[in-house]
Write a protein that binds this ligand. Structure first.
Ligand code: NAD
Length: 493
């Protein structure tokens, strides 16, 4: 399963920039240290990447602070043109991006191409938004003056991103920050820095054509995130932290932001319910279930974690889901027949294994999958579990892998109560053919995003984000740019 011929991609791997993006492109870490990036399908080391230090981070902040005025003074139309050129270049090089992404993250090549298109779409969207940042003017009600509300860039931004969508999770932050006129320092996940390093190369080329000052965009790859981000956040020149990752790390960053009252956006974990009423169209449900569960191999914050099914159709649903999950082909993401790549790390694979084993020990039934193969590479098979006790850990935590849990309900209210019985509130899915039930579910499910008869909900034109412990702030839509904007009220006669 893990065999792969690297000679096919040798040139691409050799061409990857592996340094930091500071005032110059592609520079070594200040102490010369590097760290390895692995192919999770074979455990092969793909590249050694600069391991940024405290001095590198502070240099990035210094540059960002120095550049903030110049960048804010760029005409919105010019910022828009720059972003459009970045969009065009990412789109032109989509195959390179997709190959690199598959190599370092593991997802099947077709899915990587999908992520490149999705990630690029945020750049295009915010290129369009750059020239539409609103303001307002009105007469004061008392007639004694006027009210002007203007929007200014928030200032230097730190963007910390996860490994599961190496491009899109970053473009959702970089594009609105740049569109709003903010310099941005990006810290990609240490597991998947290569996609972003390629992106840095594209940005550097476009910026050079437009004489964009050093410091408007910097990127620090590092294995020392925890120490370095706290140091950066202790510096009042940093004005905003935008984070996508686990709820635990999000809470640390929010606490760290308190001293300087930095603005924060937190896109955190989820535990999405996928509620299926007895009047749902099962053909549609099955297609959407596979999309919501198996996109990115289940390593997605909005992945369906808990299938909550009306008892009248639970048996048929489980049987048909089991058939579909059994047909999934595990392998290297660059192999054309692969529909499920590896899990990102051995640790994450073991976490998934432990959740499944714990549920089985508590009485759950495995209808397909359930055992990790012993070959090299961090694989875990598509798995379906039923008869799961309500208090099983697997129902309470984010699985982040290709495991579907099926539980049942007898009344819609009971189903909704089960769906909402979680501290998370990122995405939720509801399936019914009844328009009133659809409306009820759209409002009763507690989540920042609700899909009704839809298994794929992400859209650059829509506000992506959660409630409860899934965080706050929105990425995409008309709302996304406001995360990078400070509001100013000006009173005049
Ligand atoms: P993670 O929280 O471990 O890491 C995310 C990023 O934070 C990485 O770049 C990591 O290096 C960095 N980091 C880790 N500790 C840090 C610290 N103390 N200070 C500063 N930076 C730190 O998460 P992960 O394992 O990379 O990603 C998986 C998680 O991300 C899941 O919980 C998933 O739900 C969540 N996620 C959320 C969304 C969303 O939009 N809500 C999208 C994708 C992933």
């Amino acid at each position: 399963m893990a065999d792969f011929d690297y000679s096919q991609v040798k040139d691409l791997i050799d061409s990857l920039p592996t340094g930091l993006w500071l005032d110059e492109a592609n520079v070594a870490a200040s102490d010369g240290a590097t760290f390895p990036v692995q192919d999770p399908a074979t455990e092969e080391v793909l590249a050694q990447v600069a391991d940024g230090t405290s001095a590198d981070w502070m240099r990035a902040l210094e540059l960002a602070d120095a550049a903030k005025g110049d960048w804010a003074a760029f005409a919105p139309r010019e910022r828009s043109v720059i972003l459009t050129e970045i969009f065009n270049e990412v789109t032109r090089r989509k195959e390179d991006f997709a190959r690199v992404m598959t190599l370092e993250m593991g997802k099947p090549y077709r899915e990587s191409l999908g992520e490149v298109a999705y990630g690029a779409e945020y750049i295009r969207w915010f290129a369009e938004e750059a020239v539409r940042i609103p303001g307002r003017y009105s007469q004061a009600p008392a007639g004694n003056g006027t009210i002007t509300v203007s929007h200014t860039p928030v200032g230097p931004v730190l963007a910390i991103t996860p490994w599961n969508f190496p491009l899109a999770m970053a473009t959702r932050k970089i594009a609105p920050a740049l569109a709003a006129g903010c310099p941005v320092i990006v810290k990609p996940a240490a597991e998947t820095p290569l996609t972003m390093l390629l992106f840095g190369q594209v940005i550097a080329e476009v910026f050079e054509r437009h004489d964009v000052p050093a410091g408007v965009f910097s990127m620090i790859t590092t294995t020392k995130s925890a120490d370095l981000s706290s140091e950066l956040m202790a510096d009042a020149r940093l004005r905003k932290v935008t984070f996508t990752g686990s709820t635990g790390v999000g809470k640390i960053l929010v606490r760290q932001s308190a001293d300087n009252l930095q603005r924060t956006s937190m896109e955190l974990g989820g535990n999405a319910p996928f509620l299926i009423n007895d009047d749902a169209d099962l053909d549609l449900v099955l297609d959407c279930a596979m999309a919501a569960k198996m996109r990115n191999g289940g390593e997605a914050c909005i992945a369906a974690n808990r299938f909550i099914v009306h008892e009248a159709i639970a048996e048929e649903f489980t049987q048909r889901l089991t058939e579909k999950m059994s047909a999934v082909t595990m392998g290297h993401g660059l192999d054309e027949s692969t529909t499920l790549g590896p899990i990102i790390t051995a640790k994450q694979r073991d976490t998934i294994s432990a959740l499944v084993d714990g549920a089985v020990a508590a009485g759950a039934t495995v209808t397909t999958g359930g055992t990790a193969p012993e070959d090299s590479g961090f694989f875990y098979p598509a798995t379906v579990l039923t008869n799961i006790p309500d208090d099983a850990e697997i129902l309470r935590t984010e699985i982040f892998g290709p495991v579907a849990t099926v539980t049942t309900f007898s009344t819609l209210e009971e189903g909704v109560d089960k769906a909402n019985d979680t501290e998370f509130g990122l995405a939720a899915y509801g399936f019914t053919e009844n328009v009133h039930t659809a409306d009820y579910l759209a409002h009763a499910l507690e989540a920042g995003m609700v899909g009704i008869n839809r298994g794929a909900i992400s859209d650059a034109a829509a506000p992506f984000g959660g409630i409860k412990e899934s965080g706050f702030g929105r990425e995409g839509g008309a709302e996304g740019i406001m995360e990078y904007i400070s509001m100013r009220y000006i009173a005049k006669p």
